[in-house]
Design a protein. Sequence first.
Length: 364
Amino acid sequence: MFSHIHPDNYQKQLVDKEEQIKALFEEFSLPTTEVFESNPLNYRLRAEFRVWHEGDDLNYIMFNSETKEKFTVTQFPAASEIINQAMPAITTFIKSNTVLRQKLFQVDFLSTLSGELLVSMLYHKQLDDEWQAQAKLLKEHLQQIAPTDIIGRARKQKVILDKDFVTETLTVQGKEYRYQQIENSFTQPNGIVNQHMLSWAKTATQGRGGDLIELYCGNGNFSLALADNFERVLGTEISKTSVNSAQLNIEMNKIDNVDIVRMSSEEFTQAMNGERTFRRLEGFDLTSYQFDTVLVDPPRAGLDPDSVELARRFDMIVYISCNPETLKTNLQALTTTHSIEQFALFDQFPYTHHVECGVILKRK
């Protein structure tokens, strides 16, 4: 099933993506595309597997997205080395442990470049003190692989041993940034490529000055790394969990010119237009900001029309896209007022048709 995930196939699939992007954006006369490669193996820091039981035996399984056929997974070459070491260690341990094995239907892994691991075990049963005692033994067993925490999940129940997050360390232009990454919240799956994206965006905005507004800021991934280039940074994010992480990350990295507010891009547009007042913006005088750069990293749906109009207000737009199709649509609108200065391809998802792109636009 994973025979295509092999270093021998890496360069060809990357060239295919370059050609795909070149054809898709042909109408824009793009500048030379910068291409940032992934590691050909062990690049994914996250993975999740269903669990299949046969008697006292159990295995990880995945499903073919086209045929829906299930197949057993013993190793996953796309996942980090830590995840690949933990996978058999967990199944071997729990095969002989009825408490941990019974009613387990999924295992999720979150690892980091800094060498931490978080394992979430999902059950069709309530988790009691005995489960917690046995999970502690599994946690101790996994420490020989990496510093590990375990979460047990069941209907309306979450048991944490001992924390529900990892702390990632990313290096951007020689400077280290630490990020809290919480279970079940969005993080970039390919850590090496994420570092490339951050460095690219930081280089592109070097010497920019003024203030930066970031929409969809998540846990502060870009806001923190780009803070050195701006007087002040204001990030907006709708997820309460991500906002809390972003605020903790600001403190952890001792950054004093970044603020985060919990609101959607649509709400922020309304606030900027003076159409609505928000209690969440108390203490923020938007008129005191000298925003001339905006960074957007929207979901696959891209920017909605109001957010496109908001982005066009700023002299410089940094657009990170996980969906080239919606990026193309947005660029058709944005290039009426801005020109494309830089274009980058980040191979965030090797051996798939998914492509991450970065675009720098400046007012004409």
